[in-house]
Write a protein that binds this ligand. Structure first.
Ligand code: PLP
Length: 374
């Protein structure tokens, strides 16, 4: 049977709905910044209980637009060491300096203490990342800490479509949240991104930035250093159709994670990153830490060769401060980030995963763990 590392789920109905939408827009010629983009924005905002949404070309563009709207040029922006390159890349492209902070080992996110340690007199913004879809129980405390210093909190919610903490959705803890619809994310538009924000002013700035910094759609007066960050109508239609499945996808992913939690608790030394009370993760990733000293590459090879189970990509295998291109922003060792990046594996979670597939992953991981780490 085997289990792939990732599977993108569009059933026949969804494919037909996208085909019909694309056919219609090809007939009308409304191919960018049209009714599907608006529909996608409205439904994504409603799904997360956010007042405003702006659809853009990618998750990275969403982050960069928010940071440009806040104007972080020549100033510091705190980012966690455990995140995708794009979190720091967006800071640099927006003209800021990433200050890379360590993380809390329980949530793989910034904590109040690791954030405090990274704040400088010139901090322009802080980016909180919901790794694997898990929202830290400290999210509100982090916002409060930022508020007392007058620093905007931004969420990189690329992993966290539909995740919540005490009923509050990802993307609504900060001044703004940036989502990605890259194909492997929990819902996709092919390529694409979304900004959620509580601020009507930031929404307006984001709309200007995404369309070449034009003051309005119909004039050619460029008032900001924007770029070609629009979302096309075909992408918006794919994203809108896929979003209808989000609740069901998250339910399925959570059932898989519960099965993993129940089975892996019995394995000595393997530590799943479990949900703290009040968190409702979308389980974009199911992260577990191998015991120190276990060869991750050998572990992954063994489950692949012996069980045809492919572990999904790590989040992440190398912390930001050790990425070669970010070497100029390396200040000190970040021991927690280095440890959790070196030891993590991610078990496959699919939005249509079957119990048989889940059980095969458990069998594979348990057997290989007993042999290599037991
Ligand atoms: C995917 C991802 C991004 C970038 O999204 P794109 O749509 O690929 O630009 C940013 N941050 C994190 C944490 C991501 O996982």
């Amino acid at each position: 049977m085997g289990v792939p590392a990732a599977r993108i789920v569009f059933d026949e109905n969804d494919r037909a709905a996208v085909a019909e939408a694309v056919s219609e827009m090809l007939a009308t010629g409304a191919l960018t910044l049209g009714p599907w983009t608006e529909r996608f924005e409205q439904s994504f905002a409603a799904e997360h209980g956010a007042p405003h949404a702006v659809a853009v070309a990618s998750g990275t563009a969403a982050l960069e637009i928010v940071l440009r709207s806040l104007d972080v040029r020549d100033r510091d922006v705190v980012v966690p060491a455990v995140t995708f390159y794009a979190t720091a890349g967006a800071v640099l492209h927006a003209g800021g300096r990433p200050v890379i902070a360590d993380v809390d080992p329980a949530t793989l996110a910034l904590g109040p203490d690791t954030l405090e340690a990274a704040l400088t007199p010139d901090t322009a913004a802080v980016v909180l990342v919901h790794i694997g879809g898990l929202i830290t129980p400290e999210a509100e405390a982090l916002r409060a800490l930022c508020d007392t210093r007058g620093i905007p909190l931004v969420e990189d919610a690329a992993h966290a479509h539909g995740s919540s903490y005490l009923g509050r959705a990802a993307g609504t803890f900060g001044l703004a949240g940036a989502f990605s619809f890259y194909p492997t994310k929990v819902t996709t538009s092919g390529e694409g991104g979304m900004i959620l924000t509580e601020s009507a002013e930031l929404r307006d700035e984001a709309r200007i930035h995404r369309d070449q910094g034009k003051g309005s759609f119909t004039t050619n007066h460029h008032v900001r250093l924007g770029a070609s960050w629009r979302m096309s109508e075909p992408h918006a239609a794919i994203g809108t159709v896929h979003l209808r499945r989000l609740k069901e996808f998250v339910e399925t992913r959570r059932r898989v994670a519960q099965r993993y939690d129940a089975a892996l608790g019995a394995l000595d030394g393997l530590r799943p990153v479990t949900e703290p009370a009040g968190c409702r993760s979308n389980y974009y990733k199911y992260v577990a830490l191998l015991p120190p000293g276990v060869d991750r590459a050998a572990f992954k090879r063994a489950v692949a060769e012996e069980y045809d189970v492919r572990l999904s990509g790590e989040v992440y295998d190398l912390p930001l401060h050790l990425q070669p291109v970010l070497a100029p922003y390396r200040r000190a060792a970040l021991p927690v980030a280095e440890d959790v990046c070196a030891r993590q594996i991610c078990l496959p979670v699919h939005s249509d995963m079957t119990e048989d597939e889940t059980d095969l992953v458990i069998e594979a991981v348990s057997a290989v763990h007993r042999r290599l780490a037991g």
